[in-house]
Design a protein around this ligand. Structure first.
Ligand SMILES: Cc1cc2nc3c(=O)[nH]c(=O)nc-3n(C[C@H](O)[C@H](O)[C@H](O)COP(=O)(O)OP(=O)(O)OC[C@H]3O[C@@H](n4cnc5c(N)ncnc54)[C@H](O)[C@@H]3O)c2cc1C
Length: 594
């Protein structure tokens, strides 16, 4: 990664190399602003690099590629019904207006490339204004070789989401892996993919075909390299430099422990990814039942929020949820490190899976979104212990769909059993006893579920009754894509805990991304995007990609606002465009760059 040049003053200083930060820095550079990105960990990409990479962006020109019928009014109507809070209403309106322009700008000025997912329903498909396709974009696969010798600095994807120790599988190819023994076309496709990966491993010691969030992060890094934006890795931003109310730079600590000061002529952008791994902020902002599990990258420790507060920024804590939830199972990887498997779309809604509480009873519709599922855990737990919960299936479903970190068609289960990750028993009663779940109730619950599977109607929770349920189910399973009898021993379970995919509470900003103080006034020189800004969805989760979409769009808007400020200053002070008073009165003025 290009380390920071000698200059200690930039137009724009960005804190955090995730989707929000890298977008802001790249767009700023396209507008002729001298930018730098500071990244605390030794790797670029943050949670973005381990994410699904989906981007929810209504009404881009791409919607026509998948024949989608949508209008700005329809998207606004949908958000009004699903989110509906006054908090962030101005930002949501700006988002809907600017997302198409932002995506177009990124594609024409950087290496970011997105393509519409042919079918991906909004998470509340029966609500007015919802769509089944056209709003969700995914990154076009990216060849890591384009990063040259910088590619090892890109954060790798989650090991649980790769095959053969590092092969990424695109969403569209999952079906080919599932049908590898059934269709000659799928077998050929899989053979090609595996051969390509094998060749990459021999030549480059890793897979080079990146998809999902890793492709998005790779594309953003490539953009920064092309635009000559330095990224300072292993460097933690520890404080903000102020001049009165204005923010004029940052204090950092390098990997070797050296303290440094970097000036920001026009703006500091907080993009450090939220507070998923801050025990203190979790205690302050999340319900106690949420525990400490997070699927987010470990560098997200709330630094941006603390820095913003130190400059007078206001943290919104009144969202419907202050985090975006997902159930996870805890695991220990082969190298001894512990991890979590996010049960987002791979298993819960598939036919032959059901989730129960400690009393052995189902407590919710397993095919709802991960965000809804965890909220149901919280609610159910108030009546009868549902944290942790247990995701249960039989041998048939395990083989077909996998269960958490256990992949479909896994021959060898021994290591999962031995580590305590996968529970297995010859009968449901024995499975329940091993889990400490009420055995009689579990047998009765499964008997009801099996009867419902025959008729195709989930009498308890209506699973399979809407387009989103069906999307996460299996269309080949009829009459209901989401239910199938659980009858083939042995029986299996993994333990589910609540966790977050990222946090939604953050700094209140203007629709241009300026950080606001308690009185609603913009703090000069301070901006936020990504999960450091309070989510525009205010803790609701309307559809896939509702954090990365805003991270890209507000990263773009922040950079555009800073460029406008520069233009205004140029008009006032000439092409130097620098407010001299700020340098004169700054107590620790940095050596100015030429
Ligand atoms: C498994 C998984 C799947 C997901 N899938 C999706 C999806 O498909 N679509 C979607 O919209 N969302 C998804 N999400 C959520 C999404 O990935 C995050 O909300 C998003 O990546 C946050 O972007 P960001 O730029 O705010 O932060 P990040 O990408 O986390 O980047 C922040 C960076 O800042 C760095 N940093 C922190 N503190 C400092 C400091 N003091 N100094 C310097 N650097 C610092 C961090 O190390 C990190 O690299 C998913 C999350 C997970 C875990």
């Amino acid at each position: 990664m290009p380390q920071a040049a000698a200059a200690s003053e930039y137009d724009v200083v960005v804190i955090g190399a995730g989707a929000g930060g890298m977008t802001a820095a790249a767009v700023a550079a396209t507008r002729g602003l001298k930018s730098i990105v500071i990244e605390k960990t030794p790797l670029v990409g943050g949670t973005t690099a381990i994410s699904g990479g989906m981007v929810w962006a209504p009404n881009t020109t791409k919607r026509s590629l998948v024949g989608a019928d949508d209008t700005p009014a329809q998207a606004a109507n949908y958000l009004e019904t699903v989110v509906g809070t006054p908090e962030g209403a101005d930002l949501r309106a700006r988002y809907l207006a600017e997302a198409p322009k932002a995506i177009e700008y990124l594609e024409s000025h950087t290496s970011v490339r997105l393509t519409p997912v042919p079918f991906y329903p909004d998470y509340y498909p029966d609500v007015p204004g919802a769509t089944l396709r056209g709003r969700v974009l995914e990154p076009v696969p990216f060849d890591a070789r384009e990063l040259g010798n910088q590619s090892p600095s890109l954060r790798p994807p989650l090991p649980e989401f790769t095959l053969f120790g590092g092969m990424m599988v695109a969403r569209a190819d999952i079906v080919h892996f599932r049908n590898v023994f059934k269709s000659a076309r799928s077998a050929l496709r899989v053979a090609r993919l595996v051969a390509g990966y094998g060749a990459d491993r021999m030549r480059f010691h890793r897979g080079t075909s990146l998809v999902l969030g890793n492709a998005l992060a790779g594309r953003l890094v490539k953009s920064l390299l092309d635009l000559d934006v330095p990224i300072l890795l292993g460097t933690t931003v520890t404080g903000l430099r102020r001049d009165g109310k204005a923010v004029v730079g940052i204090e950092v600590r390098t990997a070797s422990g050296e303290a440094m000061s970097i000036g920001a002529r026009l703006g500091v952008v907080l993009a450090s990814g939220g507070f998923s791994h801050s025990d203190r902020l979790r205690r302050e902002l999340l319900p106690v039942e949420a525990g400490d599990a997070s699927a987010a990258a470990d560098g997200n420790t709330g630094d941006g929020i603390d820095l913003g507060k130190s400059a007078g920024g206001f943290v919104v804590s009144s969202n419907r949820n202050n985090a975006f939830w997902t159930p996870v199972s805890r695991l220990v990887r082969a190298n001894g490190e512990s991890g979590v498997y996010p049960h987002t779309v791979t298993d819960r809604g598939k036919p032959g899976m059901l989730a129960v509480n400690k009393a052995g009873r189902r407590f919710t519709n397993e095919a709802e979104s991960y965000h809804e599922f965890v909220q149901a855990m919280f609610r159910a737990n108030r009546q009868s212990a549902a944290i942790p919960a247990y995701l249960i299936c039989d041998r048939r479903a395990l083989w077909k769909y996998g269960l958490g970190a256990v992949r479909p068609m896994a021959w060898r289960l021994e290591s999962y059993r031995r580590s305590g990750y996968l529970h297995e028993a010859p009968t449901l009663r024995a499975l329940a006893d091993g889990l400490g779940v009420d055995a009689g109730n579990l047998e009765a619950t499964v008997a009801t579920y099996n009867r419902d599977a025959a008729t195709g109607v989930d009498t308890a929770f209506g699973r399979g009754s809407n387009a989103y349920h069906k999307y996460v189910g299996d269309p080949a399973n009829l009459p209901n894509p989401c239910i199938h009898p659980v009858v083939t021993p042995p029986f299996y379970a993994v333990v589910l805990h609540p966790a977050d995919l990222g946090t939604s509470a953050g700094l209140r900003t203007s629709p241009a991304g300026e950080v606001l103080d308690g009185e609603g006034q913009a703090i000069p020189g301070l901006y936020a995007c990504g999960n450091d800004m309070n989510s525009i969805m205010s803790g609701s989760y309307p559809g896939p990609g509702i954090t990365l979409g805003p991270a890209l769009v507000f990263g773009y808007l922040v950079a555009m606002r800073i460029a406008e400020t520069r233009d205004a200053q140029r008009a006032q002070w000439g092409s130097e465009g620098r407010p001299l008073v700020r340098l004169v009165s700054s107590s620790a003025a940095p050596p100015s760059a030429p």
